[in-house]
Design a protein around this ligand. Structure first.
Ligand code: NAD
Length: 435
């Protein structure tokens, strides 16, 4: 059922989407498929939540009140951690350990924004000094209104929480549209919101397909802002649709990030970070360092080690979009690239959306596999001889999300850090995770 106005509601058109367990390929249930009609109901519920009780509404309540609800949500997530992690595993295919640590992060995120919400009251009406005694001026922080939150499938509940928690902390009312590929834990979040008594309409959750449920949300005239995480192609559509109404959007998009390995490194440590940076979470992280740039003088030895270790990865890679990934690999081969290891579904398994971790060389810069995000366990390799060449290769990308440098020369690391055109830079590691 859809979660609208704190009630479970059937979608108006009664459409449903099957849930497929990627490990077994079995249909294990279904979720409702919302359409524009349901978006309309959710938007009205959210607007009512902002207008209720003549001023004593969600957005004008003390932010400490909102923080109380958020802390209650965090506590419930902790209570249900193992159940939620199991659902995440069945729905999106990530390993159980990763899913449990995601749930810790979900609870932590609600708590983090509860802290920020609690600090908001004290910052209200901060005076602005004025060159006149006659006038007084202050800053009043206000929520933007009703926000549409559209999230992807790789960290289903966590990516949704990164949007829900700040929206609630700010006093917005929200409509979440999770990915149709993994919505189950977001529906559980709705259940948690009911349990803690979150006021009606403050958070509405609509499962459904992008064009049928996400698009009408993005273009709705009474949704004041859209925040989206997903692919560049969808981000482009959302921005175009929001532009018709001059609606603000926040976009967190895809990546094709470099890891640059210089000849002065400890090869084992560099190989470990290279594998972690690309294959962690099945290679399905926006900031995965999936471009390996390795200095020519160590390339042969480094790749030997990398291939040997990659073949030893016991946890095979699971992806609901495995067909798309296999097509990427097959097109790379037909364009002349060489698959050093992996590149296929494992022969010993006859079911499941599994793909072997893959390393590809002989890659030309014009090839699709080099230029486009695969969003899977595929590492593309090129060599370089000088620092300048490495930088030029690293920055030749439309994405600019992340970059990593591995070198014992810390001055060089500093130069590279400043010269990378990327939002985040890691030095002598890639995608370190902290718990
Ligand atoms: P996607 O773009 O296919 O879908 C994302 C969401 O958009 C889904 O909820 C989908 O239903 C919805 N959607 C699809 N078409 C739509 C439309 N026309 N209008 C409105 N909504 C629509 O992305 P995905 O495959 O779910 O996720 C993978 C992508 O997300 C990768 O590119 C990855 O790099 C990116 N990502 C980025 C970050 C980040 O923080 N930068 C984090 C995670 C994932």
């Amino acid at each position: 059922m859809l979660f609208i106005d704190s009630e479970w509601q059937e979608p108006v058109l009664r459409k449903r989407i099957p849930i497929i367990n990627p490990t077994t390929e079995e249909i294990i249930g279904d979720i409702p498929a919302a359409t524009a009609e349901d978006v309309e109901l959710a938007v009205r519920a959210a607007r009512r939540a902002l207008a209720r009780n003549k001023g004593k509404d969600w957005s004008t309540a003390s932010s400490a009140v909102r923080a109380k609800y958020m802390r209650a949500i965090a506590a419930k997530i902790k209570e249900r951690k193992s159940q939620l992690a199991k659902l995440e595993v069945m729905d999106c295919g990530k390993p159980y350990d990763e899913a449990t640590s995601d749930m810790d992060d979900v609870a932590g995120c609600f708590e983090y924004y509860a802290d920020l919400a609690e600090g908001l009251d004290a910052k209200q009406k901060a005076p602005i000094s004025f060159p006149s005694e006659t006038f007084k001026s202050h800053v009043l922080k206000e929520p933007i209104g009703v926000v549409g939150l559209i999230s992807p499938w790789n960290y289903p509940l966590l990516m949704a929480t990164w949007k829900v928690a700040p929206a609630l902390a700010a006093g917005c009312a929200a409509i979440l549209k999770p990915s149709e590929l993994a919505s189950v834990t977001c529906l559980e979040l709705a259940d948690v919101c009911r349990e803690v008594g979150l006021p009606a309409g403050v958070l509405n959750i609509l499962t459904g397909l992008g064009p049928e449920a996400g698009a009408p949300l993005a273009s709705h005239p009474h949704v004041d802002k859209i925040t989206f995480t997903g692919s560049n192609a969808t981000g482009h559509k959302i921005m175009a649709s929001a532009a018709q109404l001059v609606k603000p959007v926040s976009l967190e998009l895809g990546g094709k990030s470099p890891i640059v390995v210089f000849q002065d490194v400890d090869l084992d440590r560099a190989a470990e970070w290279t594998m972690f940076g690309c294959f962690w979470t099945n290679g399905q992280i926006c900031s995965a360092t999936s471009h390996l740039l390795v200095q020519e003088s160590i390339a042969a030895e480094f790749l030997d080690r990398l291939v040997k270790w990659t073949k030893n990865i016991k946890t095979l890679i699971l992806s609901k979009k495995y067909e798309k990934i296999l097509k990427f690999i097959s097109r790379a081969k037909s364009e002349g690239a060489t698959v050093l290891c992996g590149g296929d579904q494992p022969k010993h398994l006859n079911k499941g959306y599994f793909i072997e971790p893959t390393i590809i060389t002989n890659v030309d810069r014009s090839m699709e596999i080099w230029r486009e995000e695969v969003f899977g366990p595929v590492l593309c390799v090129k060599t370089f001889s000088t620092e300048e060449e490495a930088l030029e290769l690293a920055n030749d990308s439309q994405y600019a999300l992340a970059a990593a440098v591995i070198s014992n020369d810390l001055e060089r690391c500093e130069r590279m850090t400043r010269a990378f055109q990327a939002g985040i830079v890691w030095v002598n590691c890639s995608q370190p995770c902290f718990t």
